[in-house]
Design a binder for this molecule. Structure first.
Ligand code: ZN
Length: 279
């Protein structure tokens, strides 16, 4: 969005900070086996983020399938390593990505293939001395690996992971399941039970409104579109109640405009709870 407006990438953290925002997910979603940003440019972005106290994450290539044919898995691993290398250059704390597809396999077989490949990527990342965390994301379509249970298991079994929850995807894959505050709260509590309080509180989140069909996600929508869910205010209630400190990335088509709305909503919820507790 900023690039469309003509801003240079290293200026983006300052522009976000001026809008009152403090996180940026760099989109490396069309990358192949090599970083599509120079080390110098990535380091400039990282330095600007640091000065403006903006937390960086990186969204890795969409062309990943860790449960595909052998050549596909090997190419996917190279793409993940390329993304992780660039993430390290810019000081991104997590590399978010989609793990794979069930394809013609049994779901459990595809999941286990992803798990094994992820362990190998994790080992390679440590061998290269990269500190960025691996962030497999909860997915929105029924043919994609990445249910909440699967993502939790990746976090339990693979070293150097960060929990990434896309709430819109979870709403879509369960056909509009996030209808009230309790629906959000029960997800946070399930995560807490399996991964502990700190992981739950510090989850990396994607949020937007979402349109879905029987297979799940169709498209992301702005927060103002009343006919679509989920409602960010409900998540904000849970964030406040459980004293969470998530990194929240807005994936609506209105990126920073909606991100600001989300921030304002959370601040309102926090304030109203605080004033209630004082009465
Ligand atoms: Zn994603």
């Amino acid at each position: 969005m900023f690039r469309l407006m003509g801003a240079d990438l290293p200026d983006v953290p300052r522009l976000l900070r001026e809008e009152g925002l403090d996180a940026l997910e760099y989109e490396a979603v069309r990358w192949g086996p090599k970083p599509q940003i120079t080390q110098e440019h990535a380091e400039k972005l990282g330095a600007a983020a640091k000065i403006n106290d903006v937390r960086l994450s990186l969204h890795g290539s969409y062309y990943i399938n860790l449960s595909g044919k052998r050549e596909v898995v090997e190419a996917s691993k190279r793409r993940l390593i390329a993304s992780a290398t660039a993430a390290e250059w810019m000081g991104a704390y997590v590399m978010v990505f989609h793990t794979g597809f069930y394809g013609r396999f049994e779901k459990d077989f595809a999941f286990k293939a992803c798990l094994e490949a992820l362990k190998e990527v994790s080992a390679e990342i440590r061998r290269l001395g990269l500190k960025v965390k691996l962030g497999p994301e909860t997915m929105g379509r029924n043919f994609q690996v990445g249910t909440l249970d699967e993502i939790i298991t990746f976090n339990e079994e693979v070293e150097g992971t960060q929990l990434v929850v896309d709430w819109a995807h979870m709403h879509a894959i369960h056909h509009g399941a996030l209808k009230n505050v309790e629906d959000f709260r029960s997800i946070a509590e399930k995560i807490e039970q399996r991964l502990g309080t700190e992981t739950m509180k510090g989850m990396h989140c994607h949020f937007s409104k979402i349109e879905f069909n029987l297979q799940g996600e169709r498209s992301h929508h702005p927060l103002t579109e009343a006919r679509y869910g989920p409602d960010f205010r409900m998540l904000a209630e849970v964030i406040a109640d459980l004293q969470m400190h998530p990194t929240m990335i807005c994936e609506s088509p209105l990126l920073d405009v909606d991100a600001r709305k989300m921030k304002e909503t959370l601040e309102q919820v926090l304030e109203s709870k605080q004033s209630k507790s004082l009465n």
